[in-house]
Ligand binder design. Structure first.
Ligand code: PRX
Length: 635
């Protein structure tokens, strides 16, 4: 697309990168001028990574939906903004033009207003991948309400935590969610959550499945009925650059998930810029990101990034293996997808389902393939490049995080060189560095902790309601730098390869799960005294969840106990956090000061029994022998 900030050649990349380092403010000033602002900014950047406090485009005012929608009406009004592909293959797909999307967003914004939602209020969205989810997200942004989307796989309990943490006043949900052959009773989950959520006064329900659901008079309203009674015009609320746009909860190494806050101006600038450069879409291309909007990838690269660029974004309600493992390839052919963006877990599971299945599909439209969320192994990378991309598509491995708002390390279309399984180079404007444990910067070829040394427009601003947590999590370890929590290697060409998390966060199928969260959930089982959770390598999911569990009395029905423990985790967090392996143990390896030595548990989980290292400082080394012997192991 002909956005002026889109780089088109390697030389342009090099020059832009140089300029972003020599004069970052001038660089970002230029990028930001490509958007429409109600009021220009007076200062490009003010920052302090110690507090931390970062302000981009201070004094400026904008509304992101004017940039996603209104701005395109004159030239792209009849162009498709969203193609929606249903879960069921025989269900007709939908094409929504920019003009239609604009009108629907305005109507939904008016529905929210009618129910008293104002600028700054928080709105929780718990919905399937249907157009009304994207419309609701944009409707919140239209009136300056802060959206907090919760992935449909989370339990009622997780929903309660998220709603209460940010004190949402409204929930938008649907009667049900169909994903593959499964039904998730979304409204029932909301009903289960709400008695514990005193701030919610209104539930807006979209009809998606026709499942019969009870509606509580006065509180619950059908969206489709509400939409008929409102106007299709809703002026956009002018927002200060640093006003929050959304909250998205993500897991950390300690405590409950934290609400990452992104702001209107900086997030907009970076979502649009990174989309344009990484994916290199042309005007009539169809872009497909398979993520769920419940995650940051869906926020930035299904909704905001593509729409800011006037692109056509495909939204898919199903899963890669339903009705069979060729669904992705069928959708690519059906909608002539040009750029396809998915997770390594999906690639590995489709590869396992039939190495040559994609060869039945020519997929001539494909130009670029992307991956996100977890490291991609070389075998999967080559399969993706050869079988799916027929060796003629650029492959970009994009590394980033909920907290970064947009892609930080990646190839840019076919203009930067590809290296299998490497996330590659930083985008211009991004200063990724490696440091050793003490925080000394490492130069040249090196392996270390991945940090970012200078602000970028969509850097996390705070964690909702707890700024100190934001400081401690990201800015305290290496003062003056943003610490990612990842380990990485850099080769002689400056290409980064991500190794994985170096904290107590595990990455299961590209989803971040805090080990402490899973432990807390397991400990809720009445028979459990203590547990310790670690990740282990998993062929498909990247990492699996391995739980060591101590119970207060010996139960002979271990299999039943295992099922109960899993059910407890599903109830408290959701299915995505269910342990893959459980080992019942009589003790955990602890130091004399009572700290669990996770290093040992990780090695056991990885099956490296002979590489446990020094166990002499343990309180009871005998525990390790029992664990190593695999007693109480239930896969
Ligand atoms: O460990 C990194 C991994 O996912 C983490 C961020 O997770 P989340 O906030 O849920 O966002 C995921 C989607 C942006 C990172 O700290 N990760 C993300 N992308 C990659 C990756 N690991 C390796 N390669 C990637 N391309």
């Amino acid at each position: 697309m002909s956005t002026p900030y889109r780089l088109k050649t390697w030389d342009e990349y090099v020059a832009a990168h140089r300029r972003s380092i020599d004069d970052p403010e001038a660089f970002w000033d230029d990028v930001a001028t490509n958007y429409s602002w109600r009021k220009p900014w007076t200062s490009v950047l003010e920052w302090d990574f110690v507090k931390p406090e970062v302000k981009w485009f201070g004094g400026g005012q904008l509304n992101i939906t004017e940039n996603c929608l209104d701005r395109h009406l004159a030239t792209r009004g009849d162009k498709t903004a969203i193609i929606w592909e249903a879960n069921d293959i025989d269900h007709p797909s939908k094409h929504i033009t920019y003009r239609e999307l604009h009108a629907q967003v305005c109507r939904m914004a008016n529905v929210l207003k009618k129910h008293g939602v104002k600028k700054g209020d928080r709105v929780c969205l718990y919905m399937p991948m249907v157009p009304s989810l994207a419309i609701s997200v944009l409707a919140c942004a239209r009136i300056g309400a802060i959206h907090s989307v919760v992935f449909g796989g989370f339990s009622a309990n997780s929903l309660v935590d998220r709603i209460n943490d940010s004190q949402c006043s409204v929930v938008i949900t649907s009667d049900g969610i169909r994903r593959g052959a499964k039904n998730i009773p979304a409204k029932t989950v909301v009903d289960e959550a709400l008695p514990s959520c005193p701030t919610i006064g209104c539930v807006l329900v979209s009809k998606c499945t026709d499942d019969a659901v009870p509606m509580q008079a006065g509180r619950d309203h059908w969206i489709e009925d509400e939409l008929k009674a409102v106007d299709a015009i809703c002026p956009a609320e002018p927002m200060d650059s640093e006003d929050p746009l959304f909250i998205l909860y993500t897991s950390g190494s300690t405590g409950k998930p934290k609400g990452v806050v992104h702001t209107c101006g900086g997030y907009m600038v970076y979502a649009g810029y990174s989309f344009a450069n990484v994916f290199q879409c042309e005007e009539n291309d169809v872009f497909w990101c398979t993520a769920d909007i419940g995650w940051i990838t869906g926020h930035s690269y299904i909704i905001y990034g593509p729409l800011l660029n006037g692109a056509t974004s495909l939204m898919f309600a199903g899963i890669p293996t339903y009705p069979d493992a060729t669904r992705f390839w069928q959708v690519i052919e059906k909608h002539k997808v040009n750029q396809f963006y998915t997770a390594p877990t999906a690639i590995r599971s489709l590869m396992a389902a039939g190495h040559d299945l994609p060869s039945r599909f020519a997929m001539p439209s494909l130009k670029l393939l992307g991956t996100v969320g977890e490291p991609i192994n070389e075998e999967a990378w080559h399969w993706y490049h050869e079988q799916v991309g027929k060796k003629r598509c650029a492959v970009v491995d994009t590394w980033w995080q909920t907290e970064t708002g947009g892609i930080m390390l990646s190839g840019l279309g076919d203009i930067t060189p590809m290296k299998p399984a490497h996330a590659g180079l930083p985008l211009p404007g991004i200063r990724t560095i490696l440091v050793d444990q003490q925080g000394n910067e490492l130069h040249g070829e090196a392996e270390g902790y991945l940090c970012i040394d200078f602000p970028w427009p969509s850097v996390i601003r705070t964690t909702w309601g707890d700024h100190e947590r934001c400081r401690l999590n990201y800015f305290a370890q290496y003062p003056g730098r943003y610490f990612t929590g990842d380990g990485a290697k850099r080769d002689a060409d400056g290409f980064f390869r991500i190794i994985g998390r170096v904290d107590d966060v595990i990455n299961v199928s590209g989803h971040r799960i805090g080990t402490a969260e899973v432990e807390n959930a397991i400990d809720e089982h009445p028979d459990v005294v203590e547990s310790a959770v670690v990740g282990y390598p998993h062929d498909i999911k990247g990492q699996g969840i391995y739980a060591f569990v101590i119970c207060d009395h010996v139960r002979t029905d271990k299999d039943a106990l295992r099922k109960e423990v899993i059910a407890t985790v599903e109830r408290i967090i959701g299915k995505i956090a269910r342990p893959d392996k459980i080992q019942f143990v009589s003790g955990l390896p602890k130091t004399r000061s009572g700290k669990i030595m996770r290093r040992i548990l990780r090695k056991v989980a990885e099956g490296e029994m002979n590489a446990l290292g020094d166990t002499s400082t343990l309180l009871d080394p005998g525990v390790v022998e029992e664990i190593k012997a695999g007693k109480g192991m239930i896969a």
